[in-house]
Design a protein. Structure first.
Length: 203
């Protein structure tokens, strides 16, 4: 029995050596951990910087410049459509303004078409093309904002006329005088020199 005990003893010692002598799991070196950490910081930092540069909102000044450029383009398109003077106000005027001899200005109104009544009650149409002779451009700038009033006055006055009121040269002369008086009342204190009838058709 003593021999068995002796034999068992070295076996236990051998197992202990194997347990102690077996290499334990190695931990990664500290340098490798530091390098991996620095690499991760570089990747995340680079991604964050790229996102900041490419995804940042435009500054307010750039936005304002962009809005101004859009407004300028719209103005340019309006000027192209308007034609004539290049200014929006002049292009909006339905009248044709042109220079005449001796410094006068001719202001051609849009065509007027009015329904007149005859003695028999038959509907008759009067078409008039009128040009106003002005002393200068300043009177033209007074006429533009008053154009709706002038057209209203023409419609009211001309509807009361009958075809026989416009017959002959006397009828045309009286028509010119009446229109001149009424236009000068609308634009007073400015004055129109004369009314020219370019076209008068009664149908």
């Amino acid at each position: 029995m003593a021999k068995d005990k002796v034999k068992e003893a070295p076996a236990e010692g051998a197992e202990g050596e194997d347990a102690e002598g077996a290499p334990a799991k190695k931990k990664p070196p500290l340098k490798l951990l530091i390098i991996a950490g620095v690499g991760a910081l570089v990747v995340l930092g680079g991604g964050g910087a790229a996102a900041f540069v490419f995804l940042k909102p435009k500054p307010a000044a750039e936005g304002e410049e962009h809005a101004e450029k859009k407004a300028e383009k719209k103005d340019a398109k309006k000027d192209e459509k308007g034609g004539k003077g290049g200014k929006g106000e002049e292009a909006a005027s339905p009248a044709l303004v042109r220079a005449g001899p001796d410094g006068v200005v001719f202001y051609t109104l849009p065509d007027l078409v009015v329904n007149m009544q005859t003695a028999e009650g038959k509907a008759t149409f009067l078409k008039l093309k009128l040009t106003l002779e002005l002393p200068d451009d300043q009177v033209a700038s007074t006429l533009d904002p008053n154009l709706p009033r002038l057209q209203d006055m023409f419609q009211t006055f001309l509807r009361e006329l009958r075809p026989e009121d416009l017959s002959g040269s006397q009828g045309s002369y009286q028509l010119r005088l009446e229109i001149l008086r009424r236009v000068n009342l609308v634009i007073a204190p400015a004055k129109v020199n004369a009314v020219l009838i370019e076209e008068m058709l009664i149908n």
